[in-house]
Design a protein around this ligand. Sequence first.
Ligand code: PLP
Length: 423
Amino acid sequence: MSLTEKDSQYLWHPYTQHKTASAPIAITKGKGALLWDENGKEYIDAIASWWVNPYGHSNTFIADAIYKQLTTLEHVLFGGFTHEPAVKVAEKLLAILPQNQQKLFFSDNGSTAVEIAIKVALQYFFNKGEKRTTIIAFENAFHGDTFAAMAASGISLFTDAFQGMFIDVVRIPVPVVGQEQASCDALAKALKNHKCAGFIFEPLVQGAAGMVMYEPVALDTLIRMCKANNVLTIADEVMTGFGKTGKTFASDYLVEQPDMMCLSKALTGGTIPMAITTFTQDIFDAFYDDDINKALFHGHTFTANPTGCAAALASIELLQTPDMQANIERVNAKHLAFEQRVQSHPNVVTTRVLGVIFALEIKTESAASYYGNLRNKLYNFFIENGVILRPVGNIVYILPPYVITDEQLEKVYQVVESALEIV
Ligand SMILES: *Cc1c(COP(=O)(O)O)cnc(C)c1O
């Protein structure tokens, strides 16, 4: 039996309707921006394996750091114990995070980072004896698949089966160009009509919605309105963090600083599942008390796993090298040139670029659904041509590892251009 056949006998895949999905491709090897399947076919990973892998596959610098940590101290419980890798990650991150971020809480993935931020927002007010139970979130947001994260998410395909079982969430429009006022008005109404504890958002780019982008000034206005109402702001930087937008964090484009930040995905360069939620001192202080009930009773068995911390340290070190920064600028410049090349194509509705993220919307007769026919046709076309891209409805986006070569990137562009001829 091939790997693929064994897989279909034993395994259940994410976001997959197994009755209609084609068999998964068995990948046996990766290097840089490339992956190879069990038949030796080569693919360019133009989405950095769901946005986790900026420094390339099988990176030996991160691998060496992991090996060294694994053979020194692979894990120790974080309840009542600490270790150098966790402290070092804190020191390294606090040096590059917005300066109001003062405390870190470790978990395992983007959803848990969000879950923790939402629980902290709710308990912050509980601890202060104030009843605030509503969370504000954007339309079409994606914050993960655990329950509070799903509640905050607005993509119905992911959450429909669970409607009526969620915490209270008020949804406001994304302040894309032309919608800024509508977004402000909706926020003002939410702040007036609900007892709001927190506002969670994907800063500047909504990833899973199809790389929907909006301006920092618009977000600054919304954050300011929240601050005026003592509502805690949560920047979900799970996708945008660590250079994707051209700055270390999307929040670095803002004047206002969020009260909490959620980090995961590229945190460990795509090697070990790990996440961090960060907080202001004021938030930490609301849990700091003689009363044990005011503590944050949340934890995961692998909290602050030393091996994950070592991977995070090595990853952040790589991000900070001049070479990697130059890669980010190079990919951005290439994207901008490609945008010029395709934006007037008759089948292109619109294009957008921020940092290493490129997106284009393809003209369609009718509304394209998230996993609809057009999406499947495009996806299969890209795979046949040796490029991994996962369109969202009629939106094709590119978010490559920063280390992708110019030649590889050019091939991705050419395949996207050819796809415009088959739709
Ligand atoms: C991917 C993602 C999450 C969820 O992260 P997981 O590690 O998949 O649980 C949360 N928020 C944003 C913005 C994401 O892109």
